[in-house]
Structure formats: structure tokens, C-alpha cells
Design a protein around this ligand. Structure first.
Ligand code: SF4
Ligand code: SF4
Ligand code: FES
Length: 721
């Protein structure tokens, strides 16, 4: 399809919107209400263009103008400027933007004057300053003056829609992005316009916005009307150091931007990654970051003769470890790391274990797994039958819930142009009908997703699994089994509860089911990088201890895990590598200060098996270091020389093993074969994304004792397997 924008000729796919044609031509048009992942509604009227198309004669030939060879199809222009976001570009269409059309420039300036009629001039104080589309566009496309001299409308400026989102009613320009977002993405009709005309305001149902995905509206509000209450008034946009990295609170691995100011993590906003989180993140990922900049451990600590923990140097920590391990050797050491550790930290641990021959190594949380060929998130969104079994996605992998809801809308992946994701995708429909019969959710507790499913049942995972692979009296289980049988691209999601009940018989029944129905299985990993660490040999060797057998270890090095309540039996000598003075760290003999995942460089592997990069934000953390450093400190105390002493040597080894240059991964990640999976008996684990201490208002947060995300206490078992 040939389209001409300001005289530039383009070849575009059919169905492209006029606004995307303009951007594809490298030209500009202002817009407020269009959004790449929401249906276009034409609410703000800023994206005006002049447009015209050729028309055809009854015989199918174009109506021409001009004579002979100079004749060209006659363009019939619309009599007035049109909104480009809701208009489809058609064959031979001519488009004029403000750059070439005086009428468009004048109309846009008039529209801007109208939009600013009631908008307060808060610009110097508004938190959106520096990232406000209205401010920028008023400067570029406005008159610079107003002909309206009367008093502005006044409304509530600090109107809470929830604990996390504050609405400034005066600033709202009624673009309807937030309303459409709730209806179209999480499928919740909780926000809407109330009243009419200049009295219109947006408000929510009683009880405020539901926690889950509400924070996304603060990203998409084009003005400073909706603000993140955790970050509000803590910094201006241009004062932040922006770091594009990956969230590691759950195994989805959303792209995020970490905004730090003066070394403190102040704000997290969603990054766009079409394949993973599209443009959304969950509320835990957005608001649960306050621990990263509060009460951090900044130097090593050792226990003195009086039994008190005191600050020390790294050399003193080495001496303390050497003294504590006198009479013991590397075989007495147990190494346990958090399942959100990077691949680099994991491979350093693997190398250390290989060198010393120690048997007790493990990561937590680690649960039973199933299969290696996980479907991608896009494949899930484009499936035609999904069964979720024994999972609470809100706690285990929230964005997966949104991708499944996208499947109910038809799984339309936004088109990609040279200028990026389509600004207004005309295939998206406002308030779409949902194909609920494509989704079945079965678990022991109701969840947010079960409310949206065509079939749902409350049932323990083992019974549900047996019913799914055999036969069942339960109507929802039979419907789920039928869904897997009849769908062309069926997908079965197994959550923690289902994986904990996977007996040998259930595994072989599942295998038969997958072969018979071509069902792809996504077994949710328990931790952010549990899938990646499973590709390294980090499971107990023969006679070695698992993490839940920690108390039997003579010496243990544990990284960012907090298993020990006060008075609980513990290893004879305990080295804790942690970011905070947790209950476990308080009982340690040596504490090594750790970096959070917001400050790390490295690779994490998400639930699809996608390698995603972590990049370090500029946070104040004193002498905090990663697990590679902690291992080399212990190696020094044991007087052994490890082959991996830093990120570079770890990445070289990883690149060799994976056949991918991991030091230069694209920010959106890359799916690469991870090789074999190491497995061992696992302790039961129930994921819990929101932890005490993640919110500023938590009492535990104020006490300075922070339970970190994904560091919950395992079930301790007595004796060996
Ligand atoms: S609050 Fe923001 S996103 Fe919602 S309608 Fe108003 S301007 Fe648009
Ligand atoms: S879904 Fe998971 S990875 Fe994404 S923002 Fe939430 S916690 Fe982070
Ligand atoms: S009318 Fe708002 S972007 Fe087109």
C-alpha cells in the first residue's frame, strides 16, 4: 500500500493507522490519548492531519486529473482536519501534517488552547515535570497564549484512588487512557468518567483501585494527573539517573527503569518489552522497592570477643572466616544462594564447588520442575486454550496473568514499525468481548484469574492433575481436559501447588497427555532465576545437604536468604552474605554486605528461558559486593584459588557454555538453549510476592528488619533424605 506523508512516499502494510504512517515517514504529530497497547478512541483531538484519498470510477479505474502522461489520480480531501489515530491509511492516501499544512497547525494550536483551558499551570511543581507530553506539546504546537481570561475550574488536587495512586483532578485532560487500561488490560471495570462536560472527573468504585496492576496508569497518564504515591515528591524527572534493567522479584523478568537520585532508589517505571511484559509491570515490581535504599549493610561485620557484631574490613572478615574454619576444610562448607542470583554468581558457585569438591550446595527456592521446552509468553498470549493448574499467578508470575487475559482478547501482538510499536493499533477494540471459554483455572484457592475464566474449580492440585490426565466428575476439570484436547495450540501452566504434587505416576500421565494433545507445558520456576540456576550444577552432590537441611551444616555460606528465626539451631559457623541485617544475619559469625539485584550486572533467565540482562543502578551501598566476591573471600580464607574472581571471567565462561555473548545481551533479552537441567529432591515452597518490608507503611520496615522478597523460610526437615 502506497501512502504519501508531507510528500514522502511510503510502502505500508494494510491496516496501518494514519498516525503510524506519519511516524513511519519520520514526521511528527502530537497525541495524548493514543497508546501503543490500548484501543484508539480519538478522545483528545490533538493528532489532527489533513488527508485525502483517490477515488475510483465504477469500472475500478482511478478518477484522474491532468492530461496524458502527467495525469495522476485525483485526490479527494476531507473538508476538515481529521484525527489520525482512529483513521486507517489507505492506498494512495495523501497526508499533510502541521509541517506542511497551515490549517492543521492552526487547528492543533486551537485544540491545545482548549485542552489548557482548565489545566492548572503547575508545571514548575508537578511531579510529571520533564516527562509531560502536554508540556512538551504545548511548547511545540500551542499558541503560547490563551484567549480565555476567566478563572479556571478548581477541583481536588490530592485525591487518593488507592494507597499507591494519587489523582490530581485539576490536571486530568480526559484522555481516557487510564479508564481504557483497566478495562482492556487487567479486565477490571473499576475506573470511569463521572458527570459530563466541564464537570467530568474520573473516579473509582468504593474501596479504591484493586492492587495488582494499578500502578501502570501512572506511567500512561500523559500529564501529571496520576502519580505514584511511593515516589511522589521525591525527585524530578531530570534529577534521576535512569537505569534500564530487569525486575527479579518473580520469574517473569519484566523490563523496568530504575530511577535513582543521590544514590537512593526512588522510583521504578515499566520498560517496554513486547515479548515479555509489553508495557506493563505488576504493583509489587513497581512499589516494592523501598527496601533497596533503606538500612543497608555497607561494610562487612564480624563477631567480636564479647559476641557482638561490629563493623570490619574485608581483610578482617577473611581473618575471621579463617579462624572460624580452623580445623575444618572446604568439605565442611555448605553453600546456599538465592534463586534470584545471576547466572554469573551461579557459575562462580559451580566453579567453587568443582574446585573444592564440597557436596552441600543448593539454591532457594527450588522446586520440582517439568520439561525444558517452555512456551514463550507470546505463544501463551496467542494460544487458543489455556489451563492453569495449582497456581496463584498474582503471587507467582503476575504479568503472565495479563498475557493470558490478552489471549482471551484474541492475542493480538502490537505491530512493530521502524519507529517502534504501533502508536494506534486499529485492530484493538475498546471493551472487547472476552473469549472466557478458552481459559480454565483450577487450584485450591480462588484467584483473580479464576474470576475471568470460563471454567474454574477449587480442588487440590493432585486430584485436579489426576482428573486432567484421566477422567473426572468435576465439570470444570472435564472442560479443562476437553480444552486441551480440542485447542490447536493448548498450553498447561503448572504452578507451585501442582509441581509440589507431581508424583512419578503424575509425571508419566502428563507425558502421555502432552503427546496425545500436543499440549505445551509451562512449569513456573520458583525464583526469578531458578530456571537459569537449574542449568548449572548447583544441587547437592551425594551425601550433601539441601538448603532445608542447613542446620546440619558445620559451616555455611548463605547469600541473601533468611532462614533462621531467633533461637533456631544453626551451623557451627555461619557466614551471611546479605543486604540487610536480617534475623539470620544477626545470628551469623561473619556478615558480608551484598548488593541488591537493582545494583548488579549480570544475566537472569526468566520462565520462558529468556536470558535477560541486569544493569547496575547508581545506588549508595558502601562496600556491598556480589556473591562472586563473597565466594572469593571464603576462597582466600581457605587459601584456594578460584578460577572465577569477577564478573568478566564468569561471563567468559558463560558465553563459552551458552554460545551467546552474554556481556552484550540486548536489553529485551534473547532465548538461548540452556542445556541440561540439574534436578534434586526439593522442599515444598509457596511463593509469596508481596513481603513484609516491601512497603514503607509496614511496621517491620520501620523497625529496620526487612524480610526481603523471595527469601522466605523453608520447611526444615530433620535428618537426611
Ligand atoms: S487521569 Fe490521566 S490518564 Fe486518566 S483520563 Fe485523566 S489525563 Fe488521561
Ligand atoms: S511481574 Fe514479576 S518481574 Fe514483572 S514487575 Fe512484577 S514482580 Fe517484577
Ligand atoms: S485523538 Fe487523541 S491521539 Fe488522536
Amino acid at each position: 500500500m502506497k501512502v504519501h506523508v508531507d510528500g514522502i512516499s511510503l510502502d505500508l502494510p494494510a491496516g496501518t493507522s494514519a498516525i503510524d504512517a506519519v511516524f513511519q515517514a519520520g514526521k511528527d504529530v502530537p497525541y495524548f490519548c493514543a497508546h501503543p497497547y490500548l484501543s484508539p478512541v480519538g478522545a483528545c483531538r490533538m493528532c489532527l492531519i489533513e488527508s485525502g484519498s483517490p477515488r475510483k470510477n465504477p469500472d475500478g479505474s482511478f478518477i484522474m486529473e491532468g492530461e496524458g502522461d502527467a495525469a495522476t489520480p485525483k485526490i479527494f480531501w476531507f473538508p476538515k482536519p481529521m484525527a489520525a489515530c482512529t483513521m486507517m491509511a489507505t492506498e494512495g492516501m495523501q497526508i499533510k501534517t502541521a509541517a506542511t499544512s497551515e490549517i492543521v497547525a492552526k487547528s492543533q494550536a486551537g485544540m491545545m488552547e482548549f485542552t489548557l483551558l482548565n489545566h492548572p499551570l503547575d508545571c514548575p511543581t508537578c511531579d510529571k515535570g520533564g516527562a509531560c507530553e502536554l508540556q512538551d506539546r504545548a511548547f511545540e504546537y500551542g499558541y503560547g497564549a490563551s484567549r480565555f481570561g476567566f478563572d479556571r475550574r478548581h477541583a481536588e488536587k490530592h485525591y487518593p484512588l488507592s494507597d499507591y495512586v494519587i489523582l490530581d483532578q485539576e490536571r486530568c485532560i480526559h484522555c481516557k487512557r487510564c479508564v481504557r487500561y483497566f478495562e482492556e488490560v487487567p479486565g477490571q471495570e473499576v475506573l470511569d468518567f463521572i458527570e459530563r462536560g466541564s464537570h467530568t472527573f474520573i473516579d473509582t468504585a468504593e474501596g479504591g483501585l484493586p492492587v495488582g496492576f494499578q500502578g501502570n496508569i501512572t506511567d500512561i497518564c500523559p500529564v501529571g494527573a496520576l502519580l505514584d504515591n511511593v515516589a511522589r515528591f521525591r525527585g524530578r524527572n531530570w534529577e534521576y539517573d535512569h537505569t534500564h534493567t530487569t525486575c527479579t522479584l518473580c520469574p517473569v523478568g519484566c523490563s523496568i527503569t530504575v530511577d535513582a537520585r543521590n544514590g537512593s532508589l526512588e522510583r521504578i517505571v515499566a520498560g517496554e518489552n513486547r515479548e515479555v511484559n509489553e508495557a506493563w509491570i505488576c504493583d509489587a515490581g513497581r512499589f516494592g522497592h523501598v527496601f533497596a535504599s533503606e538500612n543497608r549493610l555497607t561494610t562487612p561485620m564480624i563477631r567480636n570477643e564479647d559476641g557482638e557484631l561490629v563493623a570490619a574490613t574485608w581483610d578482617q572478615a577473611v581473618d575471621a572466616i579463617r579462624a572460624g574454619m580452623a580445623g575444618l576444610d572446604a568439605h565442611d562448607l555448605a553453600i546456599f544462594l538465592n534463586a534470584d542470583s545471576t547466572l554469573e554468581e551461579g557459575i562462580a558457585a559451580e566453579a567453587f564447588v568443582g574446585l573444592t569438591g564440597l557436596a552441600s550446595v543448593d539454591y532457594w527456592p527450588r522446586q520440582a520442575t517439568y520439561g525444558t521446552d517452555a512456551p514463550t509468553l507470546t505463544e501463551i498470549a496467542q494460544s487458543d486454550g489455556v489451563v492453569v493448574l495449582g497456581a496463584d499467578l498474582g503471587e507467582e508470575a503476575p504479568i503472565l496473568e495479563l498475557r493470558i487475559l490478552e489471549m482471551l482478547r484474541g492475542g493480538i501482538l502490537p505491530a512493530e514499525f521502524h519507529h517502534g510499536t504501533a502508536i494506534a493499533d486499529l485492530r484493538l477494540v475498546e471493551r472487547p468481548a472476552r473469549k472466557r471459554e478458552k481459559l480454565a483455572v483450577i487450584s485450591s484457592k480462588p484467584s483473580r484469574l479464576s474470576e475471568q475464566a470460563g471454567f474454574s474449580a477449587q480442588m487440590d492440585a493432585a486430584t485436579a492433575l489426576a482428573g486432567l490426565t484421566g477422567s473426572s466428575d468435576n465439570a470444570a476439570v472435564s472442560a479443562a481436559a476437553n480444552l486441551l484436547k480440542t485447542a490447536e495450540r493448548p498450553i498447561l501452566v503448572l504452578g507451585a501447588e501442582a509441581l509440589a504434587s507431581l508424583s512419578g505416576a503424575a509425571r508419566s500421565a502428563l507425558q502421555t497427555l502432552t503427546q496425545r494433545t500436543k499440549t505445551r507445558i509451562l512449569a513456573l520456576p520458583a525464583g526469578a532465576n531458578a530456571r537459569g540456576l537449574a542449568s548449572l550444577n548447583l544441587v547437592p552432590r551425594s551425601g550433601g545437604l539441601r538448603y532445608d537441611q542447613l542446620s546440619q551444616a558445620r559451616v555455611a555460606l548463605i547469600s541473601r536468604l533468611n532462614p533462621l528465626a531467633e533461637g533456631q539451631s544453626r551451623p557451627r559457623f555461619l557466614i551471611s552474605h546479605d543486604t540487610h541485617l536480617t534475623a539470620t544475619a544477626l545470628q551469623a559469625d561473619v556478615i558480608l554486605p551484598a548488593v541488591t539485584n537493582y545494583e548488579k550486572r549480570g544475566i537472569t533467565v526468566n520462565l520462558e528461558g529468556r536470558l535477560l540482562p541486569l544493569r547496575p543502578a547508581a545506588l549508595k551501598n558502601g562496600e556491598a559486593a556480589d556473591f562472586i566476591r563473597a565466594l572469593s573471600i571464603v576462597a582466600e580464607a581457605l587459601e584456594i584459588k578460584t578460577s572465577i574472581r569477577g564478573i568478566r571471567s564468569a561471563q567468559n565462561l558463560l558465553s563459552e557454555r551458552l554460545g551467546v555473548n552474554v556481556a552484550e545481551l540486548p536489553i529485551h533479552g534473547l532465548i538461548a538453549p540452556l542445556g541440561m537441567r540439574y534436578d534434586a529432591p526439593a522442599a515444598p515452597y509457596t511463593p509469596l510476592l508481596w513481603k513484609e518490608g516491601m512497603k514503607r507503611s509496614d511496621p517491620v520496615y520501620h523497625a529496620g528488619m526487612i524480610e526481603l522478597p523471595m527469601a522466605s523460610t523453608p520447611t526444615f526437615v530433620a535428618g537426611d533424605d
